[in-house]
Design a protein around this ligand. Structure first.
Ligand SMILES: Cc1ncc(C[n+]2csc(CCOP(=O)(O)OP(=O)(O)O)c2C)c(N)n1
Ligand code: SF4
Length: 247
């Protein structure tokens, strides 16, 4: 396919995403990565769980996909890869899907270093079910289940997956589009388990309560509050920053 739009099922437009949802940017980034890698439709299979993020491949990417149960996408994907090692298997899920209910599958997929790419569309909350806190909700953030500010610290999922044994780990936001496309390409082409934490925007829930309901202001916030890990010293105070880069 010569153009990234060839990978997208435009006959399903308008999408189910809210206006300004960052998941649409991740959809485009995946489509661009597949186009630039010159993949054929029949060489790739997507596996997703339940959540707004699950809609990214299913139904919007024009390739075979399995829309599985919440949290279990990596378990299904492991089965797909074992049965069809010739296929490129890509999992797309949310921070709730991949790091909360599916967290155990995530660390063990990384430990096994099975040849799967996992893209976690991380909007810091459960978007589909109304904005509850997730394992990546920053401390102090307001959600429908932490109205006065979340008391717990978040997981640093990229470091966790790296420590568990993954071959390739990167984190970029939807405001870093070229870097995100590049990371997805590297993830797909690196043998073993690859993980891309794509920090997404959820203007409807997380944005409204913590950043902005305006999609442009949200992207601006992500850009201004990110720092590349190459430029971070151990002594730096980065608690309120998003560290991006390859881990
Ligand atoms: C076993 C199970 N538990 C809970 C749910 C309800 N549920 C659906 S989506 C979702 C969370 C979605 O959040 P996330 O994975 O972060 O994706 P997002 O919608 O933010 O993209 C939950 C808890 C479910 N469908 N199945
Ligand atoms: S609820 Fe949030 S994550 Fe879901 S489609 Fe709307 S903006 Fe996107």
């Amino acid at each position: 396919m010569k153009n990234y739009m060839d990978w997208i099922r435009t006959d399903y437009f308008p999408t189910a995403f809210c206006a300004g949802c960052g998941h649409g940017i991740i959809l485009k980034a995946i489509a661009k990565a597949l186009t630039e890698l010159e993949f054929k439709r029949e060489e790739v299979v997507f596996v997703s769980g339940i959540g707004c993020s699950g809609w990214i491949p299913s139904p919007y990417i024009k390739a075979d996909s399995i829309h599985t149960t919440h949290g279990r996408a990596l378990a299904f994907a492991t089965g797909v890869k074992l049965a069809r090692p010739d296929l490129t298997v890509i999992v797309v899920g949310g921070d709730g899907d991949i790091a909360s209910i599916g967290g155990n599958h995530l660390i063990h997929a990384a430990r096994r270093n099975i040849d799967i790419t996992c893209i976690m569309a991380d909007n810091n909350n459960y978007g589909m079910t109304g904005g509850q806190y997730s394992p990546t909700t920053p401390q102090g953030a307001k959600t429908t289940t932490s109205r006065k500010g979340h008391v717990e610290p978040p997981f640093d999922v990229a470091y966790m997956v790296k420590a568990a044994g993954a071959s390739y780990v990167a984190r970029y936001t939807v405001a870093h589009f070229p870097q995100l496309v590049n990371a997805i390409k590297k993830a797909i082409t690196t043998p073993g388990f690859s993980f891309v934490q794509a920090i997404s925007s959820c203007p409807t829930h997380f944005g409204r309560r913590n950043i902005s309901q305006d999609p442009y202001e949200y992207l601006d916030y992500l850009k201004k509050n990110s720092v590349n890990i190459k430029n971070v010293k151990e002594t730096d105070e980065i608690r309120n920053k998003i560290t991006i880069g390859e881990f």
